[in-house]
Design a protein around this ligand. Structure first.
Ligand code: AOF
Ligand code: ZN
Length: 371
C-alpha cells in the first residue's frame, strides 16, 4: 500500500467540495467523492459527488453514476469511509467494488456502528488497495458535527464573538458595529453551514438581529434559531419572533419567561424547549442533549457576553472564532469573557488559524481531545 504524491491534493479537494452541502444533508454528514484516472501524462477527475441535499443518495453513488465506465480502475477519494450497510441505499463500498475501482483513499473512519471499519474491510477483501487517514485533520474539522453527535450524542458547539482591539464586545444596550463587511459575510457563511444558531435575550434587546443568512444565493440556508432567555423579560417585539413562522425559532425559557409570555410566544409560532435553567444557570448539557436527539449536529453560538461566558464555563464549547477588529471602543464597554491571549494551551485551547477579513483578523481555537 503506497500513498501517492497526489493523494493529499485530491482528498483536500474532496474535503473542500463537501463543504458545499454542509448543513444541508440532514443527519447525514456531507461527504464528497472524486474519481480520478491517472497516467504518466497527468490526472483527470472523471466523476464527482457530494451527499445529496437531505442526505441521499450518498456521494459515491453520485460520482459513480457521473463517471460511468470511466470509473473502472480509477482511484476514489472519499472524505469518509464508504458505508457498509444496507440502509435507505445499498452499501457504497459494494458500489465501488462493482464499478471496478482500483484504489480507495479516505480521510476518516465512519464512527456509525453499522460501518466503523467494515467499509474499508469490504474493499480490501475485494482486492482493492485502501489508504486511510489522508488529510484527516481538515476532514475531521468539517465532519466535527457528525462526529460529535455520533460519539457524544450532542451537537458540536462553535462560539463566535466580535471584539474591538481593546477586547470589548460593545456598549450596554446599544448596537455598536465592531467588525467590517468582510467579517459579516464570513459569519453569514458560518450560519449557513450550521444546523442551529443561538444568542441570548440581551443580544435581542441591544441588536434585534434577524439571525438569518443573507448572502446572495444562500438566503434559503438560514438555520434554526435558538434564544436563551435570561431572568429579565424577553423583548417580544424582536424580529426573530415576528418572523418565527418563516424561520423556525426556539426559546430556552428562563425566569424572565412568564406563563403569559409563553402563550404569546406559542401563538407567534415559537417553540419553547423543555430544558429549564438550573439555579439560574443556563442548562447547557440538557439543551445540547435535546438538540442532539433532534438530529442537530452543529450549533453556532453568537453571544453576547453572558451567553459566551456561560457556554465557556460549561466546558462544552468545541471551537471558538474571535473576530478581532482594529478599532478601539474605549471606556464604558462590555469586556469580552475571552480574548486571543487568554485562550491558550493552559486553558485547553489550541490556536488553529488566523485569517484576515478586511481590517479584522479571525482567530480560531479548538479544544484538544474533544469532538
Ligand atoms: C457514505 N457516503 O455520502 C454518506 C455516508 O440512512 P442512510 O442509509 O443514508 O445511512 C446514513 C449513514 O450513512 C450515516 O450515518 C453515515 O454512516 C453514512 N453516511 N456514507 O458512504 C455518504 N453521507
Ligand atoms: Zn454510502
Amino acid at each position: 500500500m503506497t500513498k501517492l504524491a497526489q493523494d493529499s491534493r485530491f482528498i483536500d479537494a474532496a474535503t473542500r467540495y463537501a463543504r458545499r452541502h454542509m448543513g444541508l444533508t440532514g443527519t447525514n454528514p456531507s461527504v464528497a467523492t472524486l474519481l480520478v484516472q491517472g497516467s504518466e501524462a497527468g490526472h483527470q477527475i472523471v466523476g464527482r459527488g457530494i451527499t445529496a441535499l437531505g442526505g441521499r443518495p450518498h456521494a459515491e453513488r453520485i460520482a459513480l453514476d457521473e463517471a460511468g465506465e470511466a470509473a473502472r480502475s480509477s482511484t476514489a477519494y472519499v472524505t469518509l469511509e464508504p458505508c457498509a450497510h444496507h440502509g435507505v441505499t445499498p452499501p457504497c463500498a459494494q458500489a465501488l467494488i462493482d464499478a471496478g475501482v482500483a484504489r480507495v483513499v479516505t480521510a476518516y473512519v465512519d464512527p456509525d456502528s453499522r460501518v466503523d471499519g467494515q467499509g474499508h474491510a469490504m474493499l480490501r477483501v475485494a482486492g482493492i488497495e485502501v489508504i486511510e487517514g489522508v488529510g484527516s485533520e481538515h476532514a475531521a474539522r468539517d465532519l466535527a458535527g457528525y462526529l460529535s453527535r455520533k460519539s457524544s450524542f450532542r451537537p458540536h458547539v462553535h462560539l463566535k464573538l466580535a471584539l474591538s482591539a481593546d477586547n470589548q464586545l460593545g456598549r450596554p444596550g446599544q448596537e455598536v458595529p465592531i467588525t467590517g463587511e468582510e467579517s459579516r459575510a464570513q459569519v453569514h457563511l458560518m450560519r449557513a453551514q450550521s444546523d442551529a444558531i443561538l444568542v441570548g435575550a440581551g443580544t435581542l434587546r441591544s441588536d434585534d438581529p434577524s439571525l438569518t443568512c443573507r448572502l446572495p444565493g444562500l438566503e434559503t440556508r438560514s438555520p434554526l434559531r435558538i434564544i436563551l432567555a435570561g431572568n429579565t423579560p424577553l423583548p417580544l417585539e424582536s424580529r426573530v419572533f415576528a418572523t418565527a413562522r418563516d424561520v423556525p425559532t426556539l426559546v430556552v425559557p428562563g425566569a424572565g419567561v412568564a406563563s403569559e409570555t409563553r402563550r404569546h410566544l406559542s401563538a407567534m409560532g415559537v417553540e419553547l424547549l423543555g430544558a429549564e435553567p438550573v439555579n439560574g444557570r443556563a442548562p447547557w448539557p440538557e439543551l445540547l442533549e435535546d438538540l442532539g436527539a433532534r438530529g442537530l449536529s452543529t450549533l453556532f453560538v453568537e453571544g453576547g457576553a453572558t451567553v459566551a461566558a456561560s457556554a465557556l464555563a460549561s466546558g462544552l464549547v468545541d471551537r471558538i472564532s474571535l473576530f478581532q477588529a482594529d478599532m478601539e471602543l474605549g471606556e464604558g464597554g462590555i469586556s469580552s469573557p475571552m480574548t486571543v491571549d487568554r485562550l491558550d494551551a493552559d486553558h485547553g485551547w489550541t490556536h488553529i488559524s488566523a485569517h484576515r477579513y478586511g481590517n479584522d483578523i479571525c482567530h480560531t481555537f479548538e479544544r484538544r481531545n474533544e469532538t
